[in-house]
Each structure stands twice: as C-alpha cells, then as structure tokens.
Design a protein around this ligand. Structure first.
Ligand SMILES: [Zn+2]
Ligand SMILES: [Zn+2]
Length: 397
C-alpha cells in the first residue's frame, strides 16, 4: 500500500514586518512563507515573505544544480508577503521553473504580480536587474472562487476581508488538506461564510491570529487582522482537525503568543502556534507536528537529577525525578580578581556536583563581553558569552 504523506514547513510566521528581538526569537521573526510538498513531490510555496530566503538556500544546497520547479501561491501584495522575492536564489538560476498565482489588483491592473516583482527589482530599489532573474516564470491570474488542479492536488481560493484584497487558499493533497487563511478581519458576513466553506473539514487551518480578542474589538478594529478566538470559532464551525495561529504581531513577544496559544487550547485543544521551522506531516495516519531544534546555546553533557513537574497530553499533572543529560548555556557573570581584556578568550570550568567525575564538570570556552568594577573592591565583574568548542563528531540526542 502506498503511503501518501504531505509535508508543510513554516519558514516565516511573523506578520507585518520582520523582527529580530530576542524576545520574539522562539516563534521567529521572518514574515510569511510556507513550503508544502504534496505526496507526489510537487512543491508549493505559500507567500514570499522574508522566510523565502532560507527556503531558497535550503533548496539550492539540497539540489546540486538540478531543476527546481514550484507553484507559488501569493495571498496579496503587502510587503510582508512579497519581501523575500529578491533574495530567493532559485529565481536567479536558469534551469529552474516557477508558476505564480495571484489576483489582479485594481491598483495595478493586468499582470499585477509580474508588475510587483519587476517593481521590487527596479532601480534604485535593488542592485540587481529583473533580467538577472533567469528562472522560467509563468504568471496565472486567479480570483476568489477559482479552483484548479496541479498534478493531482486541488487548489481552491476565496476572498478574505483585508485592505486592498487578499486570497485564502485551500490545498487538497492526497495526503491531507491545508487551508491558508492569513490577513483576514472577521465581520463581513459574505467573507466569513466563504472562509467557513473553504475550511470545511480541513486537516489544518492556518489562521491570522495577530491580535488579542480585546485589541481586535477596540484599537485594532479595521486593521484587517484577526485573533485566536476567531480562529477557534472558525475551526469549530468548519470542523477542522487542527488550528494553527499565524501572522504574529511584530510587537507580540514570545510570552504574548504563549498566552494566545494557551487561551486557544482551553477552547480548541488541537491548536498550535506557528513557529519558524515547525513542520506538519499529513497522511491517512493523521497529522503530526514537529518543531525544529531551538536550543541554540552550546550543549554540555552531564548528569544531574531533577524533579520535573508538568502536565501530560491527557491533561493530567505529573511530578517525577528525571536525569538531566545535557544543558545549553549562553554565558555567565563572574567575579574575578583578574582583569581579562574585553573581547579576549577565557575558559570557565564549573564543577556541577560534589562528585568530581568528568560528567559533572562543565568546561566552557568564552569571550569577555563586559567588565565592571565589581561589587567587592577586590574583585572585578566579568561578563562572558560562551562560544562553541564542541567536538563536531559528538552525537546530539
Ligand atoms: Zn501580512
Ligand atoms: Zn496584509
């Protein structure tokens, strides 16, 4: 029996403008871009925000000069959904082939998407001329209500309620169905109904959850976006299996998104918050969500015992004794008699336990990033950021 698996990867999840603040790092700062691979291998890209650059690098690395072909569905022309186009390497390689789909904007007329793309690369906005974009490009003009098939995958689109227009897409693959409905403000009955029809019974609904329900009802009313609560209502009405909160506000710190997610899960347990690097596979076996590795700090192996409390998948609380097998570290603040020079290298060895075995010692290479007089006269305060000196042959687990 053939096993049909469709895979969705989130390369950008942030709305409006990219963010790089540390406090937005966990969910990610790149603007909307999703990669969907149908079970037959057909590639789809949903939106061309800044996340597109990383997807291009991944494809270029993985592909070794072979032809890349993909179908690119663009929801609308706001910057956050097109900004990655000039930085997508595969557009500049002549063996590649791309099929673009978007609507005719009343502000631009026929060939809107083509014009947008050429304007982005026009002088003096970008150093490279559009003629350097040598990949084959075909533009398809579509409109709300259209339906078409690409290699056995059916695509349907519907108008959403957003300034200057926006399309929502439903993609039905043989592995499962995804509805991508970002940049939408509820409250227009016709659009609300269209969206529920589009999302009917979908495996995954990706929905604009930029604001809190309170913001949406007050100071952000009319801005063209939505909330987790509206997402929950649509998910219930349309009987979708999984809801993904998307298009996080640039001013929403990670803890704010955490709050939206936990509130949404109280109402609709199968909710996820879109995270850069997250992937969702869909098949007859169901939907499986995975996260990329997010501990970016250097890891050190050791053995601590810890008491861990939390909540299991079925909602039951647990408390258990566990072994900490590795820990990641960014840096430390130390009190030293010595005066290391700023931007010089130090080694810090920490005894993690009374038992002086190798597995309870942390030996870390660091660079000095801060120096002050220290709290006691005899000692200096030294800030150190740890830098990688791991053995590349050591397996990660
Ligand atoms: Zn947007
Ligand atoms: Zn928009």
């Amino acid at each position: 029996m053939t096993h049909h698996v469709a895979k969705l990867v989130f390369w950008g999840v942030r709305g409006s403008t990219p963010t790089q603040e540390r406090d937005t790092w966990r969910y990610g700062g790149n603007t909307p871009c999703l990669e969907l691979t149908a079970p037959d291998g057909t590639h789809f890209i949903l939106d061309c925000g800044t996340g597109l650059r990383m997807l291009g690098n991944r494809w270029t690395r993985a592909n070794g000069g072979n032809t890349i072909e993909a179908h690119i569905l663009v929801t609308h022309y706001h910057w956050d959904h097109i900004q990655g186009i000039p930085f997508f390497n595969p557009f500049f390689q002549s063996q590649n082939r791309f099929h673009f789909y978007s609507f005719q904007s009343k502000y631009l007329g026929p060939n809107s998407l083509r014009q947008v793309l050429e304007a982005q690369l026009a002088s003096p906005y970008f150093p490279v001329d559009v003629n350097m974009m040598t990949a084959g490009r075909e533009f398809h003009e579509i409109t709300g209500g259209d339906k078409w098939v690409v290699n056995g995958t059916q695509i349907t689109c519907a108008w959403l309620n957003h300034p200057q227009g926006c399309l929502g897409y439903r993609i039905d693959t043989t592995g499962g169905s995804v509805v991508y409905a970002t940049d939408n403000e509820p409250g227009v009955p016709e659009n609300d109904l269209n969206l529920r029809q589009l999302a009917q019974g979908a495996d995954v609904l990706i929905y604009d959850a930029q604001y809190s329900p309170e913001q949406l009802a007050s100071e952000r009313k009319g801005w063209g976006h939505s909330s987790w609560l509206e997402g929950v209502k649509i998910a219930r009405d349309a009987k979708v299996r999984n809801l993904v909160l998307f298009h996080h506000d640039p001013d929403s710190l990670d803890k704010v998104v955490d709050g939206f997610l936990s509130a949404a899960r109280q109402e609709f347990p199968a909710t996820w918050a879109a995270t850069e690097g997250m992937s969702i596979t869909m098949s007859e076996r169901g939907v499986n969500v995975e996260m990329r590795e997010t501990r970016s700090g250097q890891r050190r192996r050791l053995r601590f015992t810890a008491i861990v409390t939390g909540q299991s998948e079925d909602g039951k609380k647990f408390e258990e004794r566990a072994t900490v097998r590795d820990i990641s570290l960014q840096g430390a603040y130390l009190c030293l008699k010595s005066r290391p020079k700023l931007q010089s290298e130090v080694r810090v060895v920490i005894e993690a336990a009374a038992d002086p075995t190798a597995s309870s010692m942390l030996s870390l290479r660091g660079t000095v990033v801060h120096f002050d007089a220290g709290r006691e006269k005899t000692q200096n305060g030294v800030g150190v950021v740890f830098i990688d000196d791991t053995d590349p042959a050591r397996p990660h687990d």
